[in-house]
Design a protein around this ligand. Structure first.
Ligand SMILES: [Cu+2]
Length: 356
């Protein structure tokens, strides 16, 4: 009898160890299920993904394993039709199985938030935290001049702390590129672009315009436009995302980054590409009939190649880029029969220095 109990405990311990080991192994595999990590942010997101896969594997294998064990070893004997023992109510067990998921949810939420802060992508945080009506933006833009008087003292400002403070603290890369004076006020960086330029030369500024159905990239440095997004590797990039018409979404799977682009808003979006190569930018928000054609190449290259490309593109005269949405729309317009359905006409194909 005693030996049997010992055997049971041993089996339980062995299965638990096997379960943990297998889950950890599956979690490690999760890294290879995704596209190459082309941005510094990718690693953070993949860590989170691996963590979730590990947890999921543990729960899935734990539940199905217990189920299989019960089915195989505790099935009713042939011809046995009586009910099982009437087991009912166990407060300890109920507390445990309620507490564990709650703790897990808090853990996942905390970890996810931490990663979002570490990425320091900015995004629409000026919209989320300040709750300021659009008309009042100028009131915030005004204090840009008195930077000297405010300076680092800004850190003490409660409201400011909420908007940037923590995000900056978590991001090593950010701390280097943002001047100390900028730590406090998020609006400064959004309201005065000249301020940004003087403050953070290390950040590469690129304007992104999304329209039905094309991407246009503008490089203020050389006043170059392109339908292909070129980025310098190992360099912090800040995209100013704008939409000319409807909601679009900036999504590069290799960067693990996704950001909605909202009409009438400029959303600053920061990240650091780290791996040279060609990737794909797709629209992640359904934006109309030819939405699926709204894709562009993203070229990450060495800063030297990047600047060479910029300089070369600057010498090109702007020319209309080929646009799949426009050509597909032309086919519909030219066909002999009418479907009777109105279709939104694509925006003018972009005219750019570098049509790709
Ligand atoms: Cu779109």
């Amino acid at each position: 009898m005693k030996i049997q109990k010992l055997l049971k405990i041993l089996t339980l311990i062995t299965s638990a160890i096997a379960l943990v080991t297998t889950s950890l192994w599956i979690g490690k595999q999760a890294y290879s299920w995704l596209p190459p990590e082309a941005a510094a942010e990718s690693r953070l997101v993949d860590d989170l993904f691996s963590f979730l896969v590990t947890l999921g594997a543990f729960i899935f294998l734990g539940v199905t394993g217990t189920l299989m064990y019960s089915i195989i070893f505790h099935r009713a004997k042939k011809g046995e039709i009586c009910d099982g023992p009437p087991i009912e109510g166990n407060v300890t067990l109920e507390v445990v199985w309620t507490a564990i998921p709650i703790l897990l949810v808090f853990w996942i939420a905390g970890y996810s938030y931490q990663i979002y802060e570490q990425m320091g992508i900015q995004g629409p945080n000026h919209l989320m935290h300040l709750h300021m009506p659009m008309g009042m933006e100028s009131a915030y833009a005004a204090p840009v001049e008195d930077k000297g008087t405010r300076g680092r003292g800004d850190a003490g400002n409660e409201e400011d702390k909420g908007t940037r403070g923590r995000g900056d603290a978590g991001n090593e890369e950010d701390a280097g590129t943002w001047g100390g004076g900028d730590t406090g006020n998020v609006n400064k960086s959004f309201s005065a672009s000249s301020q940004i330029a003087s403050n953070s030369e290390a950040i590469e500024q690129i304007d992104v315009l999304a329209k039905q159905w094309a991407w246009v990239f503008h490089y203020p440095e050389k006043n170059v436009t392109s339908t292909e997004l070129h980025l310098p590797a190992d360099h912090r990039v800040r995209l100013a995302l704008q939409s000319a018409d409807v909601l679009h979404g900036f999504y590069v799977p290799a960067f693990r980054l996704k950001q909605d682009i909202v009409p009438n808003e400029t959303i600053n979006f920061e990240f650091t590409p780290i791996r040279s190569g060609k990737y794909r930018l797709t629209d992640s928000q359904y934006s109309g009939t030819y939405f699926a054609t709204m894709q562009a190449d993203v070229v990450v290259e060495s800063p030297e190649d990047y600047h060479q490309w910029l300089a070369k593109a600057a010498t090109h005269k702007p020319s209309p880029a080929s646009n799949q949405a426009a050509s597909e729309y032309a086919q519909v317009v030219n066909q002999s029969f009418s479907t009777g359905w109105a279709t939104v006409a694509p925006a003018e194909p972009p005219v750019v220095n570098y049509p790709g």
